[in-house]
Write a protein that binds this ligand. Structure first.
Ligand code: ATP
Ligand code: MG
Length: 421
């Protein structure tokens, strides 16, 4: 009996994985499942598995199933955490898989992030994971996904958090290509409120991006993964994302790319600006053939102003994004409270005064430094040469012209007189 139940569970895992990996459609798998059920009603095929039917019907090959085995093993172990009933997989990122689960003691739904074994050999990482998990659990804000617990089950470490029934900003970008200015402003405003709370409590998120911003059906924003440790440096983590369409390098700050050790809250301001950019333009700020190319652009390339890509944008939005995304963090907002002030002003239909001030200061200092240089914006990493227009006087306005002309006339008269005489 228990064996049959295990077989059914295993079949469900395999069926899900075959579809997730794009090897077959749900219709094809369902067809095989029905065929298996029909065959099992007889006596001869009782032991046949769904995998065998999928192979015999030509839906998948033996080799494809072999390749799925390690993933299936990982999922099998993932699904046993004492005190929780795993219901379904919600998604997977570069570092972990997230499941929807019922916490049996409190009879409530939670989301559980399970870290793959490969990270667990790193003791320092495990220590940090627990320390940050405990610290994140102290944060309490309506716009931050609540951290509930950290623990270990078998060889796996897990992180229990508030379950958010909704979608990510990434999902919306994929579906709608871009947000309206009003909607984007609303989402960014709520995210900045969450960040302000975290920053004041001494937390830096380090991975603000569309996939970590969730929106509920009531349009409430929840910032996910606050305080989750990284096993590797930001740059390495970014490089691991190679091949993923919307990986971390699109939103990472220059100082994280450089691997600076004193990364502070301004890195989050940069990433929030990059997320805002993507939301209102439908394009990532810097694109490239691979993560290294994208990161190089974060460091060196001038940002194309968001209102050049989407001319319908109000100029205020462009200014806020450009200040957030200044390559030199000293030229960004001084803190999240200043950024919030501008976002709130824009929500009221007023200009972003903090950003304007940054623009003016930046322009002034560029003029003082170079004299002949003019800053294009607060960003101004690439200084544009000044356009100096010197009006040329017409020929008739030049005195030398008249001296030459009179001299030439006198010479002509003398010549005529000499010939005539
Ligand atoms: N608290 C939550 N409630 C509901 N769904 C969640 C929750 N946290 C994460 N998810 C879902 O799980 C998916 C995977 O999350 P995860 O944090 O592992 O990776 P990611 O943020 O998408 O990407 P990356 O690993 O690149 O940072 C998310 O995209 C989201 O759809
Ligand atoms: Mg995440």
């Amino acid at each position: 009996m228990a064996q049959t139940e295990a077989k059914i569970n295993m079949d469900t895992v395999i069926a899900q994985m075959v579809v997730e990996q794009g090897l077959a459609t749900t219709v094809e798998v369902d067809k095989c499942r029905k065929a298996l059920k029909k065959a099992s009603e007889g006596t001869d095929l009782k032991q046949k598995s769904l995998v065998a039917v999928l192979i015999s019907n030509g839906v998948v090959t033996k080799r494809q199933v072999e390749r799925l085995k390690p993933l299936i093993e990982e999922q099998k172990s993932d699904r046993q955490i004492p005190g929780f009933q795993i219901i379904k997989k919600l998604g997977a990122g570069a570092m972990a898989t997230v499941y929807l689960a019922r916490q049996l003691s409190l009879d409530r739904m939670v989301a559980i992030k399970i870290l793959p074994q490969k990270y667990m050999s790193n003791e320092q990482f495990v220590e940090r994971f627990y320390a940050e998990g405990r610290a994140a659990a102290k944060l309490n804000h309506a716009n931050i996904v609540g951290a509930l617990d950290v623990g270990k089950a078998g060889d796996y470490h897990y992180f229990v958090m508030e379950y958010v029934e909704g979608r990510t900003v990434y999902d919306d970008i994929i579906e709608k290509s871009k947000f309206t200015e009003e909607n984007a402003l609303n989402v960014i405003l709520q995210t900045a409120t969450a960040l302000e709370h975290a920053h004041k409590a001494g937390f830096i998120h380090r991975d603000v991006k569309p996939k970590n911003i969730m929106i509920t059906s009531e349009s409430e924003v929840k910032l996910a993964d606050m305080g989750l440790a990284r096993a590797v440096s930001d740059r390495e983590a970014a490089e691991q994302e190679q091949g993923k369409a919307f990986g971390t390098p699109y939103y990472i700050s220059p100082e994280q790319i450089r691997g600076e050790i004193d990364v502070d809250f301004r890195a989050d301001i940069y990433s929030l600006g990059a997320t805002f950019y993507h939301m209102v333009t439908g394009q990532v700020p810097f694109d490239g053939a691979n993560p290294s190319a994208v990161m190089h652009k974060h460091l060196k390339s001038e940002l194309v102003a968001p209102d050049h890509i989407n001319p319908d944008l109000s100029s205020g939005i462009g200014e806020v994004i450009e200040v957030c995304m200044a390559k030199d963090r000293n030229k960004r907002y001084n803190n999240t409270t200043d950024l919030l002030e501008d976002l709130q002003a824009m929500a009221r239909g007023e200009p972003p005064m903090q950003a304007r001030e940054k623009f003016d200061l930046s322009t002034l200092s560029a003029l003082e430094e170079g004299g002949t240089h003019v800053a294009s914006a607060a960003n101004a990493q690439v200084i544009k040469p000044p356009v100096i227009i010197i009006a040329k006087p017409s020929l008739a306005e030049q005195p030398l012209f008249w001296v030459a002309f009179v001299g030439w006339l006198i010479a002509l008269i003398i010549l005529i007189l000499w010939i005539a005489l």
